[in-house]
Design a binder for this molecule. Sequence first.
Ligand code: ADP
Length: 448
Amino acid sequence: MFQKILIANRGEIALRVIRACREMGIGSVAVHSTADADAMHVRMADESVCIGPPPSPDSYLSVPAIISACEITGAEAIHPGYGFLSENANFVQIVEDHGLTFIGPTAEHIRIMGDKITAKDTVKALGVPCVPGSAGGVADVAEAKQVGAEIGYPVIIKATAGGGGRGMKLAKSEDELENAFRTARSEAKAAFGNDEVYIEKYLGKPRHIEIQVFGDGKGRAVHLGERDCSLQRRHQKVLEEAPGPAITPEMRAEIGRTSAEAVAKIGYSGAGTIEYLFENGEFYFIEMNTRLQVEHPVTEAVYGVDLVREQIRVAAGLPMEFQQDDLVPNGHSIEVRINAEKLPNFSPSPGRISQYHAPGGLGVRMDSALYDGYRIPPYYDSLIGKLIVHGRDRPEALARLRRALGEIIVDGVDTTIPLFRALLEEEDVLTGDYTIHWLEKWLAENLG
Ligand code: ADP
């Protein structure tokens, strides 16, 4: 087992990894920008290294700075968290070239899944159901029209290098196709430096259902059921839950098995998520994320496992601690993402936290790097906490969520907490009856 792990991240996810290290008796090294010198992850880690000025490209994304921090502190492995360098295949290669261990899949697996066309081709060949669409990239408007005629409208044009909900354009009919195609291309070029796009059938009322998978890198893999992440704003998840209200045990067993078998066949190592759209009882693959997800705690709650501990073990060459038969879901869990943002426009709201009180009690987990007097810097994403509840069933989880949202205090900045209090008054949220478009419509009607 490793003696010391460096966490190449900040905020709540850095704390999450430090906590796992501490429970496993492993030393932890935090890295931070000058803007984060007083951050909680720096205080909580055993050691810390300043790796540069506030802008992420000069610090949290600076590969030489992170490798140097490993060399200075003697850390043997790097946990990337999510975001930043977590899905950067070149970084993984450099880490390995320096004789260090990347806690995650291989550079090759990250590369395959990071290109959405290659990813789709790969999983399709492994028996995973996919959204009907173009066979690979679409070169020009003429080809786009051909694909549109074949699969039928509406269609969605997506960037092959896409991520974070960006670079997607809807065309409801052939009239809208040319404009949507050109816009998608130029947006993809600007956002990802790669203008390749592909086309998929646009599903009108799907749910977003993702399967947590875990591989040992030696051809064995398991699944840990699904998360329903349909409540989204701008294709970004806002609330996640497990199990999915629309998923039966039979569906779970089948899509879970298909997903686990696919990652087993490619010899995948560590945690991964296979994302699907789910409509009329059918699953359609959209992408695979080759890292720990923001919403992993709902799976941990329902399956009673520590996914970060497992990531570390597998990266150290140890066998997985669980087998498929051990993984039996228990109860219901819901996570809400608390962002420092001002409603109704969700504009960033950095600043000083004058008072912070975390909710607690049975079935409540608060993952946050906040503390009284902490100053949220303006340079990074606005996620400041995740409130996760667990109950014996969905009504109990909802009751705990309502109770915890009543206890939490975050003063000094604006947050998305009032949004969740309002959502818990909605019949559709209480019954779990929503698709990926539900929240946008609700926001337009209630906050617009
Ligand atoms: P990203 O990598 O940017 O997150 P995804 O491919 O995972 O992109 O898609 C993000 C979200 O966009 C999905 O959760 C869904 O809301 C929407 N979406 C993607 N593909 C389709 C599709 N074919 N039909 C309808 N909605 C889609």
